[in-house]
Design a protein. Sequence first.
Length: 140
Amino acid sequence: MATPAFDDIADTFEFLDDWEDRYRHLIDLGRAMPPLDEALRVPATKVTGCASQVWIVPRWEIGADGVARLQFMGESDAMIVRGLIALLNALYAGLTPSEALAVDTMIELERLGLNTHLSAQRSNGLRAMVDRLRTFCAEA
């Protein structure tokens, strides 16, 4: 189950023919994210297991319907990783805890072909970011 925002990204990836263009698009997605405030770049928000510096700050936003929905901010010192954070944001933002836990993230990301085009270090870092988000959702 993917969000419409993630489906839009998947459609764009399908339209782009070569991986140079896809990486460029991924980097553009990361650039479009607002920067994470320096005060939030602390050990408690840092994601371990990433080769790059990565911070994820998840939170629950209660909507007018009284339902908690996942929102998060993130930052990395690597542009491709910032793009991966943007992808995860598109995949998870606005989901309830149970909806977020039901997402098969790796299957969804395979739609983009990332499983064969990310280095082992980037793949490990991506899994660490997903684990951080899933743990946050499971604790809700």
